[in-house]
Design a binder for this molecule. Structure first.
Ligand code: CP
Length: 314
């Protein structure tokens, strides 16, 4: 059987094929069952070492990778950048070379600058997994979003997906647009003009359109994906006030009525309640936000397993 994911590193969705994406999702489906057991542990990565190297804050991704590694019996090491030698001025490459000298099998990295995982992949013998690099990509988020959509819609092909919000700063949007269009969904993107990059539609695969209003994106959609306003990446005023943003681009029950009656709502978290999403929507039965987090563990188990040499039939 062909291995579904034949690369050592997972740097982004842009550079992998539809069949590799399906292979990762199918492997994650197999691992899902482990997470429902009383003893949530299998020996698949016994003797392997996974390092979590996070230069940016994280609740979901970091915890999820650590739990995934431990459920596969790997030794998981979390490095706190603030108490590491990075704080003494060590370069990124030197940090990577020194970690590599301890023979880890996998390094999971999150960094505020686009391209850092690619840089590490050039110098490290360990598999490098991108856990989010600047506004570039967040591949495991897109994979867990896809797993959530598949679970509730059966397949991704032919679905209409609205992605709304701060597209400019969103690695989640980029990875999702690559993944969803590769798997045959039609993606409609909406956000304030200042938060949708100029020429954006040219950089992604066909199957995506940019529309001006949230209503245009949501109308008839099967999936509504709302993005966080990333205030930590905004160095100037992209919209007058948060209240105005909420009035024009916030997802309310009234706006959600425009979507298909069985439409589902996704948000990668952390949410700004009352800004990009109303609590009435976030807490409704159509919101799958906590399912996304749950499937994140199975997806990261699959990614760690495949990147460290496992095959589809584990
Ligand atoms: N979705 C996501 O990446 O969340 P964290 O920043 O908490 O990891």
């Amino acid at each position: 059987m062909e291995k579904p994911f034949r690369r050592r590193d997972l740097l982004g969705i842009r550079n992998i094929s539809a069949s590799e994406i399906i292979g990762i999702l199918d492997t994650a489906e197999n691992f899902r069952e482990v997470n429902t057991r009383e003893i949530k542990k299998v020996p698949a990565l016994r003797g392997k070492t996974v390092i979590n190297l996070f230069f940016e804050n994280s609740t979901r991704t970091r915890t999820s990778f650590e739990i995934a590694a431990k459920r596969l019996s790997a030794d998981a090491v979390n490095i706190s950048v603030s108490s590491s030698s990075v704080a003494k001025g060590e370069t990124l490459v030197d940090t990577a070379l020194n970690l590599d000298a301890m023979d880890p099998d996998c390094i999971v990295v999150r960094h505020g600058s686009a391209g850092v995982p690619h840089q590490l992949a050039n110098v490290s013998r360990a598999a490098i997994i991108n856990a989010g690099d600047g506004a570039n990509e967040h591949p495991t988020q897109a994979l867990l979003d896809a797993m959530t959509i598949r679970e509730h819609k059966g397949s991704i092909e032919g679905l209409e997906v609205a992605i709304v919000g701060d597209i400019l700063h969103s690695r989640v949007a980029r990875s999702n647009i690559h993944l969803l269009t590769k798997l045959g969904a039609k993606v409609r993107v909406a956000g304030p003009g200042t938060l949708v990059p100029g020429g954006f539609s040219h950089f992604v695969e066909k199957g995506m359109t940019v529309v001006p209003h949230i209503e245009d994106a949501i109308r008839g959609a099967d999936v509504v994906m709302i993005l966080r306003i990333q205030r930590e990446r905004q160095d100037s005023a992209y919209f007058p006030t948060l209240r105005e943003y909420s009035i024009h681009y916030g997802l309310t029950n009234e706006r959600l009525e425009l979507a298909k009656t069985d439409a589902i709502v996704l948000h990668p978290g952390p949410m700004n309640r009352g800004i990009e999403i109303a609590s009435e929507v976030a807490d409704s039965s159509r919101s799958l936000i906590l399912d996304q987090v749950k499937y994140g563990v199975a997806v990261r188990m699959a990614v760690l397993y495949l990147a460290t040499g496992g095959s589809a039939s584990h």
